[in-house]
Design a binder for this molecule. Structure first.
Ligand SMILES: [Zn+2]
Length: 88
């Protein structure tokens, strides 16, 4: 399990998304953006529009997905960072 924030994914706030894969956090962010905009949060509109554009133009969005997946892969797993030295 790893954590990326709304901000890590191009959004304006620090809400945390937890997932086993980059796809999990991307989908969580997509839901979060939809809900925020639906609730009248204009700060999330640009990120929401970017995300919509990515679904519509998947080829153009490949770079973003690659970067996001790489960023996710580089993250330490939740809960492991503090205990790495004391394991075993
Ligand atoms: Zn947000």
């Amino acid at each position: 399990m790893k954590t990326m924030t709304c901000r890590d994914l191009g959004g304006p706030c620090d809400l945390e998304h937890h997932g086993e894969s980059a796809d999990d956090v991307i989908n969580a962010q997509d839901r979060h953006l939809k809900e925020a905009v639906k609730a009248g949060d204009t700060a999330h509109e640009p990120a929401r529009n970017d995300m919509k554009g990515r679904w519509r133009h998947p080829k153009k969005a490949m770079g973003w997905y690659r970067d996001t997946k790489q960023a996710f892969a580089d993250l330490p797993a939740d809960g492991l960072a503090d205990s790495a030295d004391s394991a075993d």
